[in-house]
Design a protein. Structure first.
Length: 200
């Protein structure tokens, strides 16, 4: 009756009848033969040593595989809470505006490549009067700062180079305000109103 043999992970074969252990001879890739190696009694190679498994840790890992990442559902709720704040609402509006602008740009590109009779919806048109007033307020603010800096300079204070540059731009700011139809103090010119009525 032939003796039975069991093989381990390291490739060690144990003969059941004699109890001897060895790695059987094998063939290398280049065609040469590798000799059989005898294993001394009591030796256990690292491949055959069982790793200790903590049952609690294993159960927790299995739970993670079954359920998913613990706390992942809470992250979505936190994000929805963040979006409900004022800043979150503002950011959501910005994202929506970007999406609409991108869609409009894509539609414009598509309409250039394929001429169609259907017009794409354009972004809200800006009122030129509102833009003019906004620009005049900005120029008026800059002019006021420049005049204050000029008064400081005349009072004997030392100014920084960027402050001196602001003082130099006073005449330029006045010209820009004049072009928009405002006087040097930032007030609308009365003759501007007359001109617009005559043009109508």
């Amino acid at each position: 009756m032939p003796s039975q043999a069991t093989t381990t992970n390291a490739g060690i074969v144990t003969d059941e009848s004699s109890g001897q252990r060895h790695i059987p001879e094998s063939l290398r890739a280049d065609g040469t033969t590798r000799k059989a190696i005898k294993i001394r009694p009591g030796y256990r190679p690292p491949e055959d040593v069982e790793v200790y498994k903590n049952r609690t840790a294993e159960a927790f890992r299995e739970r993670g595989r079954r359920i998913g990442i613990p706390g992942a559902a809470g992250i979505e709720e936190e994000q929805s809470d963040k979006n409900s704040s004022a800043a979150g609402n503002k950011n959501a509006k910005r994202r929506e505006a970007r999406k609409r602008a991108k869609a409009a740009a894509d539609d414009d590109v598509a309409s250039e490549t394929k001429p169609t009779t259907v017009e794409t919806p354009k972004a809200e048109e800006v009122d030129p009067e509102v833009e003019r007033e906004k620009k005049s307020r900005n120029l008026k603010k800059k002019l006021k700062q420049a005049k204050e800096l000029r008064n400081k300079k005349e009072g004997g204070e030392a100014l920084l180079p960027e402050q001196i540059a602001k003082v130099i731009k006073i005449n330029e700011l006045i010209r820009e305000l004049d072009a928009l139809g405002f006087d040097a103090e930032g007030e609308p010119k009365s003759n501007n109103v007359v001109k617009t009525t005559e043009e109508d």
